[in-house]
Design a protein around this ligand. Sequence first.
Ligand code: ATP
Length: 212
Amino acid sequence: MQAIGVLGGTFDPVHFGHLRPALELRETLDLAEVRLIPCGQPPHRKPPRATAAARLAMLELAVAEQAGLRVDSRELERPGPSYMVDTLASLRAEFGTTPLCLLLGSDAFLGLPDWYRWQELPQLAHLVVMHRPGWELDDDLAAPLARLVAERRTDRPAALTAHPAGAILFAPVTALDISATAIRALIGAGRSPQYLLPATVWNHIRAQGLYM
Ligand code: ATP
């Protein structure tokens, strides 16, 4: 059974550093689809600059032409902080034993021990870590992460379809040193973020006067 990929984020705004790795992993891991799930209320950081509706609209524009990438708004419909453990539990309830793969940039992976009930995540999904420039994974992982990796690491993508959840895979993706923070800063400084994100998204940002 093909697995479903899950990429959560603030997407403030969505950019090619999200989209290109998502598409590559859909292809290389033969995922049925990747769901981009915008965060309603981020528990670990200050509120996004753009509204939930604006971030959702930008995501819809970004994936409109791309089969296999889709937007899932469940975190925006849920009150309270958007905890990934709740999101995965709701996907698990919906998809039964279909394998789920939580896609995480290496920065997000390194911050995982701060996430609410993070130890339960591997019971709900596989973890797929995508390298992000500037966030190297060396041998010096914090003890809880080192333990997670020692217990669950696989190098075989096939392991992701053999079970609904529980493995951790480090997957190569094209390294793109792009961040939403840098894009917001460019726009705020009156400079162009063209070629860092889809043109449709940049047009929408301009039309709505976002991040100015
Ligand atoms: P911000 O700069 O506002 O913190 P961001 O660019 O890091 O935003 P998020 O929406 O916070 O984007 O990221 C969502 C997910 O996508 C996280 O798992 C993050 O690690 C991953 N991600 C974001 N940018 C990249 C990138 N350039 N390469 C690989 N993964 C990325």
